[in-house]
Design a protein. Structure first.
Length: 141
């Protein structure tokens, strides 16, 4: 029942990772990620696809974009059903990710993307505020 779908926190009323009463709120590409000392790994569940033609991974500005086209069809006696669509997932890489070491491997329905992590270099800087003395106002008259 609906009561079993409620979570403990008021901000997350529904479990977005499991079957839902609202299928449009579920992530189309389920992922898990792991950050250890020198490597960041993302695993995406993508069973039943051809990774050579159905998966596109791009990298820009510290962000991975995973696009997957899924086409499924099922035929039974006197009944057929099909589902299709393109799904996207954006993943921010941690600071210090070395984009030249990005690699992706697909095996047994799991896409694994990994990148080496090095020293994080600060990307921002402090900007001091200069206070100038106020100019005296001239009185006319």
């Amino acid at each position: 029942m609906l009561a079993t779908r409620l979570r403990a926190t008021p901000l997350m009323s529904f479990d977005l990772n499991g079957p839902s009463w609202f299928p449009f709120t579920e992530p189309a590409i389920r992922i898990e990620d792991d950050l250890d000392e020198d490597r960041y790994t993302v695993r995406a569940e993508l069973p039943g696809i051809d990774p050579a033609k159905d998966v596109d991974i791009t990298y820009a500005d510290g962000t991975l974009r995973l696009s997957v086209t899924r086409v499924e069809s099922q035929r039974d006696k006197g009944h057929s059903e099909f589902r299709y669509g393109t799904f996207h997932r954006t993943i921010a890489l941690p600071l210090g990710a070395k984009d030249e070491t990005l690699s992706a491997v697909y095996k047994d329905g799991i896409l694994e993307i990994s990148v080496a992590i090095g020293e994080a270099h600060p990307t921002g800087r402090h900007i001091p505020v200069v206070v100038e003395a106020a100019k005296p106002v001239k009185k006319s008259g």
